[in-house]
Design a protein around this ligand. Structure first.
Ligand code: HEM
Length: 241
């Protein structure tokens, strides 16, 4: 018996990719984007997360276990022949291959990222023994110090790109497989919409990452200094927000 033929596990694999993991990613990029408004706004957002009641249970059952299941099952079915129940064109087969490649990359990226910022377990990095969790008042500074290293920043931008693609194309695969989008034309337009979503998520996520090394990210500073004028953002001594 092939694992990929186990109907219930396959459906569970698809659904965990959308909720909770996909939903988490939207929320995560929203929180990270608060870095555009500076250190205080971002640190307050991190502190708010740490005030969620039963946080450890929310993390274990809402993120870590679904992530573990989704990635391990994804690796198992990637190694098996695919049950081809749609009529894929040439391009779509490439998309599917790319789905596996980004999945494999994400396995390593997310493992590194959680050990790094959540648990502070990567020697030599700013967060070592100094994780963001439990140090909300230093959250912005910890991430900003790490992102000064161009290799780390590039690795994160690749992680954002891989997640944006994997999630957006995953939504399309889900919608087709669950019979939500049926006609060939509808599937084509839905694919364009998902590609636009991938690009949008990549742009927002990358801008958030850049906001840790340059005030306001890739946007002109005047865009964010409006916030300063309104007193939402308080610049610190170094002139950094
Ligand atoms: C701009 C790039 C990113 C930044 C600055 C960033 C920042 C952070 C921080 C600071 C934490 C620790 C939160 C805490 O302990 O309160 C965290 C956790 C996490 N991040 Fe990211 N992240 C980025 C990209 C990503 C990407 C692309 C993914 C892929 C899905 C991701 C998935 C996660 C997960 C699963 C956790 C653990 C959540 C938890 O334990 O509550 N992150 N991130």
């Amino acid at each position: 018996m092939k694992f990929s033929n186990t109907f219930l596990l396959r459906k569970l694999h698809q659904i965990t990719g959308i909720v909770p993991l996909g939903a988490f990613f939207f929320v995560h990029m929203f929180t990270n984007s608060k870095a555009m408004s500076g250190e205080k706004v971002f640190n307050d957002a991190v502190a708010d997360i740490h005030h969620i009641p039963y946080l450890l249970f929310v993390e274990i059952f809402g993120i870590f276990l679904p992530l573990l299941f989704h990635s391990i099952y994804g690796i198992i079915i990637s190694g098996e022949a695919r049950v081809n129940n749609f009529n894929y064109g040439y391009g779509r087969n490439w998309f599917y291959t790319f789905q596996r490649i980004t999945g494999a990359f994400l396995f390593f990226f997310i493992f590194f990222h959680i050990l790094n910022l959540r648990f502070g377990l990567i020697p030599g990095l700013e967060s070592y023994n100094n994780p963001v969790a439990g140090n909300a008042d230093k959250a912005f500074d910890i991430v900003a110090a790490e992102f000064q290293n161009p290799f780390i920043l590039t690795f994160y931008i690749l992680g954002i790109a891989a997640t944006a693609w994997h999630l957006a194309y995953g939504i399309w695969l889900f919608a087709v497989d669950w019979g939500i989008i049926i006609g060939e034309k509808a599937q084509k337009y839905a694919l364009y919409a998902c590609l636009a979503l991938a690009f949008g998520l990549f742009a927002v996520g990358t801008n958030a990452a850049i906001a840790f090394v340059r005030p306001c990210g890739l946007f002109p500073k005047v865009f964010c200094s409006e916030l300063e004028k309104k007193g939402v953002v308080v610049p610190n001594k170094s002139g950094k927000f």
